[in-house]
Design a protein around this ligand. Structure first.
Ligand code: ADP
Ligand code: ZN
Length: 437
């Protein structure tokens, strides 16, 4: 019998009213369960509400927000809603923007998490016949074990290669016949570069078919570049440790927005200043309430990630709402000469040029009282050593960047290997030296 296109058809294709009824029931249960944490008891007291006040999904707006700072202040176990003896694992976030936060899991939480990741992997066409390789770090980083259990749940043969050692990574891809790979986008590009150096042609010498890329912002242009280079379909994977890790939202075969699993989460998009919902379809901060977690449910968690709802039904048949590609974190937003700029806007322009690679770094500094932006980008191997050509390329990139971000950066084209890229960590795209003075 052919496989179903859905891993959990009973949940993925619920009608809107069915999905919302399930959400309400799970929300009410979660809110009552949260009262096991003194943190939420106090917050409810402050707001003068009780769990009984949550009568409809709209009542989510009555609930308190939870922030990264709340998790840091109550580090490590302050938000536990079950006794520690019922928890079987903890993970922490990567700590990209400060002290890592800790998240606890019961066995049921881990089972649900594996199911969510399996649902995502299945959605992009992974089947038990596939060989799945994970190049994320195993350990506290959720993308290691998160993808591992999800891929096993699908029934794939798994290769827990873990992070780094690119030559070994490539050897595994070839020797084990890896068809589905998970890599953060900056690392996917690195794998390709090393393949090229080693004379490995991904189309000829590997069976790679599907790539799951996530954990850091990346532009549509970067995705297309990765797809072209590696001869794969690449799907956007959105994960956040506080919600569990990977498996929160993922692209479907339509490659048009990421479905966020609404039987697991209630999703809001708010204005980070007024804390009110933005008009439907506008950019704002993603706020998520978990509705099926035991150890550490979180109410209205402020992710600081910026996105918007995509309108309309998805042709794939899944009824869970879609979010637009993440624009980046509010923390990543650069304010230069009064203009708001996201690194992903710079990336989008750079990658229009085949002559440059996906490795770039934005540096902000103050010179003679003026804030200036320098964009360093490595040349790709395609480039011929022609000085005149180099100059006109720099000029054209500068012009297009100015059109996009409204300030004129200084663009420097560097030879391959000039920028240090980590094999294991999320790429650093911005160095702000202004803060030092
Ligand atoms: P940290 O916040 O310390 O990096 P996590 O490892 O939990 O810890 O990473 C979650 C964050 O990574 C998200 O909040 C988001 O900013 C970023 N992220 C994850 N997946 C994506 C994605 N597909 N696109 C853009 N950003 C992503
Ligand atoms: Zn879809």
């Amino acid at each position: 019998m052919p496989y179903s296109p859905y891993f959990n058809p009973e949940y993925e294709t619920l009608t809107r009213p069915e999905l919302e009824a399930l959400q309400l029931q799970r929300l009410q249960q979660t809110v009552r369960h949260c009262m096991n944490a003194p943190f939420y008891q106090n917050k409810f007291k402050e707001l003068g509400i009780t769990p009984d006040d949550i009568k409809s999904l709209d009542d989510v707006s009555k609930l308190p927000f939870t922030s990264k700072e709340d998790l840091r202040e109550n580090y490590p176990y302050g938000l536990a809603c079950v006794p520690l003896k019922d928890c079987v694992r903890l993970h922490s976030s990567s700590g990209t923007t400060g002290n890592p936060t800790v998240v606890l899991h019961t066995q049921k939480d881990l089972d649900e998490w594996a199911n969510a990741v399996a649902r995502c992997l299945w959605m992009v066409g992974s089947r038990p016949e596939d060989v799945f390789q994970n190049s994320a770090g195993y350990g506290m980083f959720t993308a290691g074990l998160g993808f591992q259990y999800g891929a096993e749940r699908v029934g794939m043969l798994t290769v827990p290669a873990a992070a780094g050692n690119t030559l070994r990574q490539i050897k595994f891809i070839k020797d084990f016949g890896t068809t589905v790979l998970h890599a953060i986008p900056s690392y996917a590009s690195r794998i390709y570069e090393v393949m090229k150096e080693e004379g490995v042609d991904p189309r000829r010498d590997t069976k790679l078919r599907v790539l799951c890329i996530g954990a850091e912002p990346h532009s549509e242009e970067q995705r297309r570049r990765i797809e072209e280079n590696l001869g794969v379909k690449a799907y956007n994977s959105y994960g956040i440790s506080e919600m569990m890790g990977p498996g929160v939202a993922f692209e479907c075969p339509e490659q048009n927005g990421i479905h966020i699993w609404e039987d697991y989460f209630i999703v809001e998009i708010i204005d980070p200043v007024t804390l009110k919902p933005v008009p439907d379809g506008e950019l704002g901060e993603l706020v998520i309430t978990t509705i099926n977690r035991e150890a550490m449910p979180l109410l209205r968690y402020r992710t600081r990630d910026l996105t918007r709802f995509l309108p309309g039904d998805c042709p794939c048949g899944r009824t869970h709402r879609r979010l637009a590609r993440l624009q980046g974190r509010s923390d990543d937003m650069i304010i230069l000469k009064g203009v708001n700029i996201f690194p992903i806007q710079v990336e989008k322009i750079l990658l229009k040029f085949k002559e440059v690679s996906t490795d770039y770094l934005i540096t902000l500094e103050t010179k003679d009282g003026n804030d200036i932006m320098t964009v360093d980008v490595e040349l790709s191997q395609l480039f011929t050593d022609d000085y005149g050509r180099l100059q006109s390329l720099e000029k054209e990139i500068t012009r297009q960047l100015k059109d996009e971000i409204l300030v004129t950066p200084k663009v420097r084209l560097l030879s391959k290997g000039s920028l240090t890229v980590s094999d294991e960590k999320k790429a650093v795209r911005v160095k702000d030296l202004r803060k030092l003075f």
